[in-house]
Design a protein around this ligand. Structure first.
Ligand code: PHE
Length: 447
């Protein structure tokens, strides 16, 4: 297995896995999904989903990966070689393609906004101008295609270089920097006029707003944000050494990711409310409409603006790398492709799939409001692959680890490197709580 590559250390794994988890999911997707789903009510559902549904699945994925040392399809096959489980692995690989396709569109926006902030295009901007600026930007077809291509090529370039050479090196310094700049933005956002209304919306749950839609959005967001349900954490776990503790790594990754999402809410909600925007109208552009005005009002915003968008682009890159890594590891392990070839071919296909999403924010009107679903293409793709497919994937991992592989064997694998005192609790969660809740939530949504 030595030619598959390994992380250099436990810290390397935590940073890379946290690099996968922390990304646009926290800063872009979380705030506007929370805004569309009742704010505080959503936050509670989200935190519960992380603790009792997603964290147990995170431990299951990492453990399955480390035990089998394989990509998701190979991991299932190594334990139970049937078409059903192979198919489940394939769904993960397919989700990887599809998530990469629309995620890179938004990642391209962060690059575009980096350029805008460097050129001083936020100075003196008011909320209406900021909204207009995003609209013009998102509706420019060539610009969108260039940014999408740029971002996917960047991802391909890093993945082609391999696990510790590429992925690990980039994660080490950047995560602490991102956290630092977020704390500064937090201070400015909380001291804006009208910030209190945003905080109230975020923290004061209105339980009457909790519907099946809220719950599926919250659960899907928990999986999306922790990179679960498509095999990313199986793949990353497969590079984790037998010396490093799975349970504490998982706790660190989930803790950091959740912390950053919560902070993002405290930045975006006050900013949007102080600009008089109503949460029900927030769409995929919410973050890009809110932040320019915030930076304009922030001391040294001319510096923090570009720094923020640069760091966010990098946070998005450490996530897209982990998404592309899943299909790439599949073609390397199962089909004997070289890493470079796999990265270039698969990345290019994802680029093609990304085109409709890139053109769905105003460039092509037919894609901006699809019939029947009444959504733009990017949001639809995000819902199908980012919510439904990941939830199904997470359900299958839980069932597989708990019942096919058997939770006792997973616990033995975890205990190779740590005492795992919470094993009895984890066993109850992964056997009964997590899969049952996912199933109920999925069924109640589909019916
Ligand atoms: N977790 C990443 C984010 O929050 C997105 C992601 C989803 C990464 C699925 C890998 C797999 O930005």
């Amino acid at each position: 297995m030595s030619n598959r590559g390994n992380w250099n250390s436990k810290l390397g794994f935590i940073l890379a896995a946290a690099g996968s988890a922390v990304g646009l999911g926290n800063l872009w997707r979380f705030p506007y999904t929370a805004g569309n789903n009742g704010g505080g009510a959503f936050l509670i559902c989200y935190l519960l989903s992380i603790l009792i549904i997603a964290l147990p699945v995170l431990i299951a994925e990492i453990t399955l990966g480390r035990y089998t040392q394989k990509n998701p399809v190979g991991a299932y096959q190594a334990i139970r070689n049937t078409w059903l489980w192979k198919g489940v692995g394939f769904i993960g690989v397919a989700s990887g393609f599809m998530i990469l396709s629309f995620y890179s569109v938004v990642a391209g926006w962060t690059v575009g906004y980096f350029a805008k902030s460097v050129r001083g295009q936020f100075s003196g901007i008011n909320p209406a101008q900021s909204a207009e600026q995003f609209k013009t930007f998102a509706a420019d077809p060539w610009l969108q295609l260039v940014l999408l291509s740029f971002f996917i090529l960047l991802t391909i370039y890093v993945v082609a270089k391999g696990v510790s050479g590429g992925i690990e090196k980039y994660s080490k310094v950047l995560m602490p920097m991102l956290l630092g700049i977020l704390l500064l933005m937090l201070i400015r956002s909380l001291t804006l006029d009208g910030a209190a209304k945003g905080i109230e919306f975020y923290l004061n749950p209105d339980f009457s707003k909790i519907t099946t839609k809220t719950i599926i959005a919250a659960m899907g967001q928990a999986f999306f944000s922790l990179s679960l349900g498509m095999g990313t954490m199986i793949t990353y776990g497969s590079y984790l050494s037998k010396k490093d503790s799975i349970s504490s790594s998982a706790a660190w990754v989930a803790g950091l990711d959740t912390l950053i999402a919560i902070i993002a809410g405290f930045i975006i909600f006050p900013a949007l409310f102080s600009q008089g925007m109503s949460p029900a109208d927030w769409g995929p552009g919410a973050m890009f409409e809110a932040l320019p005005v915030l930076f304009d009002k922030m001391p040294l915003g001319m510096i923090f603006g570009p720094m923020f968008f640069l760091l966010l682009s990098i946070a998005a890159l450490t996530s897209t790398i982990s998404i592309l890594e899943v299909p790439v590891a599949f073609f390397i392990d199962q089909k004997g492709w070289g890493r470079r070839k796999a990265a270039y071919i698969i990345g290019s296909i994802a680029l093609l799939f990304g085109i409709p999403s890139a053109l769905s924010q105003g460039a092509v009107s037919g894609l901006a409001k699809l019939p029947i679903v009444n959504m733009d293409f990017l949001s639809l793709w995000d819902f199908i692959w980012g919510n439904l497919s990941l939830s199904i994937g997470a359900l299958m991992v839980a069932v597989f680890v708990a019942y096919i592989w058997k939770s006792s064997k997973a616990i033995a694998e975890i205990r190779v490197s740590s005492p795992f005192r919470l094993a009895p609790l984890w066993e109850v969660l992964i056997k009964y709580v997590s899969p049952v809740l996912i199933l109920i939530i999925l069924l109640s949504f589909l019916l």
